[in-house]
Write a protein that binds this ligand. Structure first.
Ligand SMILES: [Zn+2]
Length: 414
């Protein structure tokens, strides 16, 4: 088990916040807008990966979580918060892969993170930065997983937390956040931005995604780089494709940036094809990619989908930019394909947030359409556990739920 609250040393190379609009560089700090052009919310955290990354990747499994990559993450001094996030399993698929005729499908199971999703990588970094910068309170916007991760790490750090929870998020998430001491605000989407602006003006730290929110956090997505590092360290063969379920696009951007680091230090000759997947009708990044556009459109509204965790009308411009840099791709999938993949994953013992299974569904479609070879080594990122999510009504149980007197049930069981 990792040691809690480890100290992280600062890298020799000085990281900077880089403005996506004017390109100016500034020291990481409490500012969330560009001092040069005045633009808010376009920063990305940039630093030069060092030789240590290659040593760590080639050194084998270390079992010490995301902070074992410490100097590759934002500098947080002695404020690093950990609950054992990261070092999630990379499993060969036994059921979903063969059923979809994928010869070499691997599953990166992020549901084993402390609060049940890959958002823990984001919030472990984000909340540590908030603590390091002297903030006493944080807020985030969430469809569920992100909010619980934020509440979890804020509690661990002793910071106040407000979670602006999506109207359709299951009550189990609201309760989990509240148990962890957070204030849960269920406000109409149209009033959310105003409340966030107010909290930010009052000195609250924005522990939010890069998009589509008004005050993006450039630090949290750095935590997602560690997914690329871990997969490269743990894979038993060269990975051809990595498939990431995408809503706002932070996970995709972080993973792609991690692979860019690995190529930069010579740990890989080239990145795998990093492929974003979104539900049909909530697929702004897929549409921009298919049209060859740099600009990711705001769809205005989304079609209904069971994949609430990734049902967004906007994805970040950064995710599209990084996709271009690494030669990535994007594909939309149907709810039917997502549900089927979730059921196949359950058949191999993995209860996932249904939205997570979009990555497996996409792998099936990509091979079916000839966009990936059948024998390609594919990693499907399973972003979250399904433990807190109610099953959609169309979800098929492989097992049964029996209610009644023991004598009657015994007859049905035997
Ligand atoms: Zn600027």
């Amino acid at each position: 088990m990792p040691t809690p609250d480890v100290t992280v040393s600062r890298s020799a190379t000085e990281p900077a916040l880089v403005c996506g609009r004017c390109g100016s560089r500034s020291a990481p700090g409490r500012a969330f807008w560009c001092a040069t052009c005045g633009r808010q919310g376009t920063f990305s955290y940039e630093r030069t990966p060092n030789r240590r990354l290659r040593d760590l990747v080639e050194g084998g499994r270390s079992q010490s979580g995301i902070w074992s990559w410490g100097d590759l993450l934002p500098a947080v001094g002695s404020s690093a918060i950990t609950l054992g996030e990261g070092d999630t399993p990379l499993l060969p698929s036994r059921v979903a892969g063969p059923a979809l005729r994928l010869e070499s499908l691997f599953l990166k199971v992020e549901g084993t993170n402390p609060s049940g999703s890959f958002k823990d990588r984001f919030q472990a970094v984000s909340i540590s930065v908030a603590l390091h910068q002297g903030f006493r309170s944080v807020f985030c916007v969430s469809t569920g997983n992100h909010g619980v991760a934020c509440a979890t790490y804020a509690r661990r750090a002793g910071l106040d937390c407000v979670v602006l929870l999506h109207e359709e998020a299951p009550e189990s998430f609201a309760e989990a956040c509240a148990v962890l001491g957070a204030t849960v605000a269920r406000v109409p989407a149209s009033e959310r931005d105003d409340l966030m602006e107010q909290l930010f003006a009052d000195g609250w730290f924005p522990a939010t995604c890069m998009a589509p929110f008004p005050i993006p956090n450039p630090y949290g997505i750095e935590g997602y780089r560690t997914i690329a590092y871990e997969v490269t360290r743990d894979a038993t063969r060269e990975i051809d494709a990595m498939i990431v379920p995408v809503g706002a696009g932070d996970g995709y951007a972080g993973v792609a940036r991690g692979y860019r680091d690995l190529v930069a230090v010579g740990a890989l000759d080239r990145p795998p094809r990093i492929i974003a997947t979104q539900p049909i009708g909530a697929d702004p990044l897929v549409r921009a990619t298919a049209a060859g556009e740099d600009f990711v459109p705001d769809l205005g509204e989304t079609a209904p989908s069971i994949a609430l965790s990734i049902r967004e009308r906007e994805s970040s411009q950064m995710s599209r930019r990084v996709m271009r840099e690494v030669g990535g791709d994007a594909i939309a999938v149907t709810d039917d394909a997502i549900l089927r993949a979730a059921a196949l994953l359950a058949d191999e013992g993995l209860l996932v947030d249904v939205a997570s299974s979009a990555s497996v569904a996409a792998a099936g479609v990509l091979v079916e359409e000839g966009r990936l070879k059948r024998d390609a080594a594919i990693v499907a990122l399973l972003t979250a556990s399904g433990a807190r999510w109610p099953r959609p009504s169309s979800y098929q149980f492989a097992g049964r739920i029996l209610r009644g007197r023991a004598a009657d049930l015994r007859r049905l069981i035997l």
